[in-house]
Write a protein that binds this ligand. Structure first.
Ligand SMILES: *[C@@H]1O[C@H](CO)[C@@H](O)[C@H](O)[C@H]1NC(C)=O
Ligand SMILES: *[C@@H]1O[C@H](CO)[C@@H](O)[C@H](O)[C@H]1NC(C)=O
Length: 416
């Protein structure tokens, strides 16, 4: 088993000191933020000649009220397509967690996840966003876009908090972004793929059918959700971490009205923010790429610090090879829950799957997991090839790994 990435991640509360005080305290928020950065972005392996793509702010967005949490305009990075890809469009919705109360949203305003003031002026396009065929065999010459995430509700909120000067305008950012890209040529697309990782992977699920409806029926439109399969699972203390958090996101940010009515007519709005209650009803072809032991969910949903006050799970959480039999059984149960959640979805011919038994997160953005000589495989097929085979209808792709530790191709994340 490969241990590719060792990261020095300063965990707070690991010794159980000052637990109740620092949970959701500033230090804890900063720790969560750096975990996200590590998982979703910063650890992208630097290529020899990397492609840095500039940030464009959506100038007209403010007049439509499409603004980041702090009221600044939203933005995106676009690298134009060329050759046979000139009329093909790949949109990647950026991820980065959520904010579920005033405190976490106010904190977020001071980061790039809540304000374009703090966004990088240029970012590396790697993995599915790379412009090199040897790094990205099927999408390298498409128009490739990263839409920045600065609302904190997976591009789905609608509301405003006057007192705290918070704008919850995720849905408007989504619309303004799509309008802008249509005007930049996406309206002439003959094929398009909406993707996204983590909170962006959830956004890709939430917006998939809306995306499809932007185009005439003749356009080939599909969606990819990477590490977006957030489960309503019980943590090691028996409570539902994500359900509690999503309840806050949905209520505070006015998400309910933007959730699919096929779900909200049957279930409470918080349930309808969970992919497991949405994916079976998506009309547009969809591909779910997810590690069965998603590294973010293990850290933040299954074993959050507050659910492990004595640190009994700490070693296991940081490095799966340190889990004992009881702990591994808990993680194996999580994989089973994930497979149950995709059961109906997987039966549709138009859908695709790549669920590998790895401890990873965001495998389409990172070059080392998307496509390189030793990248993760199921049945000897890399992630990039699997997604390409499905998008272009070359073969059906319903790849589900056997349970850990059977996969020797994983690039597992180890924390220290
Ligand atoms: C982008 O890649 C360059 C060169 O490979 C590297 O030096 C830089 O740190 C990377 N930047 C980011 C934001 O990842
Ligand atoms: C695994 O570790 C946990 C936490 O330390 C402990 O409660 C449990 O009994 C251990 N299980 C086994 C099989 O050793």
């Amino acid at each position: 088993m490969k241990r590719l990435l060792i990261w020095v991640f300063s965990l707070f509360c690991v010794l159980g000191i000052g637990l109740s005080r620092s949970e959701n305290g500033l230090e804890d928020l900063k720790a969560k933020e750096s975990l996200l950065s590590y998982l979703e972005k910063d650890a992208v392996s630097p290529g020899a000649n990397s492609l840095m793509v500039p940030l464009t702010l959506i100038q007209g967005a403010a007049s439509k009220g499409a603004v980041c949490l702090d009221g600044t305009p939203p933005g995106y990075h676009l690298d134009p397509g060329f050759g046979s890809g000139a009329n093909s469009w790949l949109i990647q919705l950026e991820g980065g967690g959520w904010c579920n109360n005033i405190r976490t949203c106010v904190f977020r305003k001071t980061t790039r996840r809540g304000s374009s003031k703090f966004m990088e002026k240029k970012i590396n396009f790697t993995g599915i966003l790379s412009n090199k065929p040897e790094e990205n065999p099927d999408f390298y010459n498409w128009n490739r876009v990263k839409l920045r995430y600065c609302d904190g509700a997976s591009f789905a909120g609608e509301g405003h908090d006057e007192v705290n000067k918070l704008y919850f305008r995720g849905q408007r950012i989504w619309s303004a972004g799509m309008e802008e890209l249509m005007a930049k040529g996406m309206q002439n697309a003959n094929q398009a793929l909406l993707s996204g990782c983590s909170a962006g992977g959830l956004a890709s699920i939430l917006h998939c059918d809306e995306f499809k409806d932007l185009f005439p029926p003749s356009t080939k439109v599909k969606c990819l959700s990477d590490a977006g399969l957030f489960l309503d699972a019980a943590n090691v203390a028996g409570s539902h971490t994500l359900r509690n958090m999503y309840g806050g996101v949905v209520t505070l940010q006015g998400v309910q009205k933007n959730l699919p009515s096929t779900c909200t007519s049957q279930m409470d709005p918080t349930s309808c923010f969970f992919p497991q209650n949405l994916i079976a009803n998506i009309r547009t072809p969809m591909f779910l790429l997810n590690a069965a032991y998603d590294a973010w969910q293990v850290q933040e949903s299954l074993i959050p610090n507050f659910a492990d006050p004595h640190g009994e799970w700490r070693d296991c959480k940081m490095d799966h090879s340190h889990c004992n039999a009881t702990q591994m059984k808990f993680l194996q149960d999580f994989r089973i829950q994930m497979l149950d959640a995709i059961d109906v979805f997987s039966k549709s011919n138009q859908n695709g799957l790549f669920i590998n038994s790895c401890f990873a997160h965001c495998q389409s953005e990172r070059q080392d997991t998307w496509y390189q000589s030793d990248s993760p495989r199921i049945e000897n097929k890399a992630v990039a090839v699997s997604v390409g085979d499905w998008f272009f209808d070359r073969t059906a792709v319903k790849a589900i790994d056997c349970a850990y530790p059977c996969d020797s191709t994983c690039h597992n994340l180890i924390f220290k």
